[in-house]
Design a protein around this ligand. Structure first.
Ligand code: MLT
Ligand code: ZN
Length: 474
């Protein structure tokens, strides 16, 4: 990253920016166009990034200095982690300064008595998972983007992923936070305590606030003992109805770690892009990838009994238990590689949820809506069906321009979200609201709730400099 080449003209045109270089070491500031494009957006590819500059603070003090600078210069800041978000929460579209946390990436402390680990926000999820495993513990928030997502981003979006039904969301693992608010105030929230009944839990307000209230400078996270070895199953399911029947049979009797689904269309894309072989003899419209914790010797036998009974009842047509760690990893790839395998078609993404008891009804209605409304588009869906969360991906036909494609998808969204509202579901289960889902927030949150969120934002960020325009408008 070089700055000097483009700095003269750019900073001359924009005097306040020039002063950024007085605040930080020159190596921590950039306005190189290629850097701005890389760091100015996340994975929500339909948005155009237009940041003013990019900064890499290395300490809490530098974050505080940047916030004060932003207030004085009336310039907005967009916090940026691993940029794996899918709702544009970390995209700078309005000439903001992007604050990348990648240089604040130290693991600061591990405490086996408290069963906690304290980190800077730029630590990569997988780095943390590996570190904790080396200490004999386990950090369970996990998803396909583990290799590049960062802890700060996971907290800011209340990340979910593949183990939610057993371990919950990111917020359950946040024991303490240190943050700098939009007014430049440094707050230490909850101090790693388990019990703390002293009023509003501001820590939990920051979790999921998508960088609109404060910038996270440090986090203390809980860890747990590692699960027993997992049994990994892949099941082929002929009809939608079968998915949740299988789920209930296993969930009511055995310790489920994960229960994911994907369609045959999704499988086709992964097989094509990965070179993996079809995993089962039978193909079916739907597949379930299920992990069970082997808490006792009887789990495997019980699991096989349920499988035989599900086969007899026609809920599934084929099923296989991974026979080796390699086969288990290959089964997981069939689910986790879907996002990358479909990326070529610039999918329009929805990430929705309903209560688990409503999933069968919702799936039926959603399937008929999507078949009716998208007769000519390929619709690929998959998701964390065990916690009521589905990812719907509409692939762009080559013949359509991105603009026409977006317009078509957005018109179907109105109907899909109206249906979700009827189910009291969520228009964004785990990807966040950002810019992409902002127009639809009212399908999941009432006007009174949104108004309260605005007032909370004003209390934390009176000048509106932290990620403005994300989640809701002022
Ligand atoms: C996933 O579950 O794989 C992620 O949420 C990514 C996606 O929805 O594309
Ligand atoms: Zn997901």
């Amino acid at each position: 990253m070089s700055k000097e080449s483009s700095s003269t003209t750019f900073s001359d045109q924009l005097p306040p920016l020039k002063s950024l270089k007085d605040l930080l070491d020159p190596s921590q500031v950039s306005w190189e166009p290629s850097d701005l494009q890389t760091y100015g957006k996340d994975w929500s590819k339909h948005l155009k990034a237009q940041p003013l500059a990019l900064v890499f603070p290395k300490s809490r003090q530098e974050v505080q200095t940047l916030v004060r600078w932003a207030r004085e210069n009336k310039t907005a800041l967009v916090p940026s982690g691993g940029r794996t978000g899918l709702s544009g929460g970390a995209t700078a579209t309005q000439r903001e300064v992007v604050v990348s946390f990648e240089k604040m990436n130290r693991i600061l402390d591990f405490n086996p008595v408290d069963q906690s680990v304290t980190v800077e926000p730029g630590v990569i999820t997988e780095t943390l998972q590996n570190f904790v495993r080396e200490q004999g513990f386990y950090f369970p928030v996990d998803f396909a983007a583990r290799g590049s997502s960062q802890i700060g981003g996971n907290i800011a979006t209340n990340a979910g992923g593949i183990k939610v039904l057993r371990y919950g969301l990111m917020r359950q693992w946040v024991m303490g936070l240190e943050v700098v608010t939009g007014s430049g105030e440094f707050l230490q929230l909850n101090h790693g305590l388990i019990k703390n009944a002293t009023g509003y839990d501001l820590r939990q307000l920051i979790v999921g606030s998508e960088g609109t209230l404060a910038l996270i400078t440090q986090a203390t996270l809980a860890v747990t003992r590692p699960p027993q070895e997992a049994l990994v199953f892949l099941l082929a399911v002929p009809e939608l109805e079968g998915l949740m029947k299988i789920y209930h049979s296993y969930r009511s009797q055995l310790p489920l770690l994960a229960f994911e689904m994907f369609t045959d269309k999704a499988l086709n894309h992964v097989l094509k892009s990965s070179g993996l072989k079809a995993p089962l003899q039978e193909r079916a419209p739907y597949y379930v990838l299920m992990e069970l914790e082997q808490t006792s010797d009887s789990v495997a036998d019980q699991a096989m009994e349920i499988l035989s009974s599900a086969l007899e009842q026609g809920w599934m047509v084929d099923g296989s238990l991974a026979q080796s760690p390699q086969q288990a990893r290959d089964f997981w790839r069939l689910r986790e590689d879907i996002t990358e395998a479909t990326a070529f078609a610039q999918p329009y993404k929805n990430d929705i949820s309903v209560r688990i008891s409503q999933v069968p009804d919702f799936l039926r209605q959603m399937d008929s809506l999507l078949t009716q409304q998208y007769p000519d588009f390929e619709v690929v869906w998959f998701g964390h069906i065990g916690d009521g969360n589905l990812h719907i991906n509409i692939l762009k036909p080559e013949s359509l321009s991105p603009e026409e494609f977006l317009q078509r998808c957005k018109s179907v969204d109105q109907q899909l979200f109206a249906m979700i509202q009827k189910f009291s579901g969520s228009v964004s289960a785990e990807h966040g609201v950002g810019l992409v889902k902002k127009p639809y927030l009212e399908y999941s949150r009432s006007p009174a709730e949104i108004q309260l969120m605005r007032e909370i934002k004003r209390a934390f960020d009176p000048d509106g400099i932290l990620n403005p325009g994300k989640v809701f408008d002022p």
